[in-house]
Design a binder for this molecule. Sequence first.
Ligand code: FPP
Length: 247
Amino acid sequence: MPIPSGPIPNHVAIIMDGNGRWAKQRGLPRIEGHRRGVETVREITHAARELGVRCITLYAFSVENWKRPAAEVGALMGLLEFFLKRETANLVRDKVRLRAIGRTQDLPEPVRRQLDAAMSETAHFNDYTLVLALNYGSRTEVVDAARSYASALAAGTVRQDDTSWETFARHLYTSGMPDPDLVIRTSGEHRVSNFMLSQAAYAEFVFTPVLWPDFTKVDLLAAVEIFGKRERRFGLTSEQVKSTTSA
Ligand code: FPP
């Protein structure tokens, strides 16, 4: 794997899109696109770790995805269960912590069981994290966080005067995780689709026309190269950024 010339993002979040179109182009059922997409998940999580990306988040199933045809939803749940069953030993071998964000309590029981097992078997690893966004929606996350925050206020574990982004963000699913530095969306769509809206406040976005099943480590590297050439200003002026980085 060639080494990128610029900085490596600490956290890469990916909106994996285009499985359906990949299958359609080949005259295959949509589920074949998802099946191929799972192989891409394996390749890209491995490649990201090789590059030195410490955290990778994959948008695997949104709160809106339940509205898809029942057969597709069922097949996606089956693929998730299969993936978790097959990959847990590899995550342990590679010392990768698995986390999930979303209303995972509403996933089918067999998926939840595999997920819980994989998360508890890998909970002690600190260097690399694979985060699956499952039954995830950014607005749902804010609602859940607001509920949890209100309970903490009522219980007196936080004080209203102490309300800040930092104290509130501890109630998001992503509590304890770094914000994404780079968000990649495949398949040529230029949308955020209710994904990590607050966490990606200062992320760089890279949109690629490549469909997720065709996305390779070369495409990941290309996105990281683009990221490395961007100037991240976090609200400062370019001059201020240059003076802090050269100091
Ligand atoms: C978007 O493509 C993709 C999804 C809704 C599901 C993504 C799921 C996987 C890659 C497989 C399971 C994941 C893991 C982590 C094992 P689309 O179906 O919307 O494609 P289209 O826009 O071309 O129709």
